[in-house]
Design a protein around this ligand. Structure first.
Ligand code: 5GP
Length: 201
């Protein structure tokens, strides 16, 4: 059995990565999801261990020192990082894993694991992105402005990704990502065992 894909999705804040990932998990119930550790405070109804593991900066730095965080980044003044052990357990158990990471996070995972597939999620337009950020109603205006400024820089990194998907509707974006995952799982390198088994008979 080959390892599960590590599917890392990046894109500007507010583009809908979380919603698209939730849709994908509904469509592909065997798919796992990495829960990140962050030093930012919970928003709205967010719960520890569900959306994120919420930790202090000091606790986060301790996890890095212990080698428990495979990649991390700082975003709008907070740490965000991927716990190593659950990611490896899922992928080595053959489970495809979805991640929602900053651009640097996706590119770091690509360097570290051959199983990584990077996908950049684009908004249909910058106006639509701003509307989505404002409509979410969870951030103050200065944070929204900071996120819009970051968005431009992030979109300039799209050429470094394996795939680009525009999030016009949640269903369409999730279907495109599911198609990418299916095609990636059929790559020769991931099916070589099947070929060798047939030839060995
Ligand atoms: P938010 O505060 O909106 O939940 O997340 C802010 C940004 O952090 C998003 O762009 C999200 O993709 C990114 N992010 C969440 N978890 C991780 C992580 O573990 N590593 C990295 N590199 N980025 C993360």
């Amino acid at each position: 059995m080959s390892n599960g894909l590590i599917v890392s999705i990046s894109g500007p804040s507010g583009v809908g990565k979380g919603t698209v990932i939730a849709k994908l998990r509904e469509m592909l119930p065997d798919c796992g999801q990495s829960i990140s550790v962050t030093s930012r405070a919970p928003r709205g109804t967010e719960q520890d261990g569900v959306e994120y593991y919420f930790r202090t900066r000091e606790e986060f730095e301790k996890l890095i020192a212990e080698g428990e965080i495979i990649e991390y980044d700082q975003y709008v003044g907070n740490y965000y990082g991927t716990p190593l052990t659950p990611l490896l357990t899922m992928s080595r158990g053959g489970e495809n894993v979805l991640l929602d990471l900053t651009v640097a996070g996706s590119l770091a995972l690509k360097e570290k694991f051959d199983e990584t597939v990077t996908i950049f999620l684009l908004p249909p337009s910058m106006t639509e992105l701003q509307n989505r950020l404002t409509g979410r109603g969870t951030e103050k205006e200065d944070v929204i402005e900071q996120r819009m400024a970051n968005a431009r820089g992030e979109i300039e990194s799209a050429p470094k990704f394996d795939y680009v998907v525009t999030n016009r509707t949640v269903e369409q974006a999730a279907e495109e990502i599911a198609a990418i995952m299916l095609a990636e799982s059929c790559r020769y390198q991931r099916r070589s065992d099947a070929v060798e088994t047939l030839l060995a008979k």
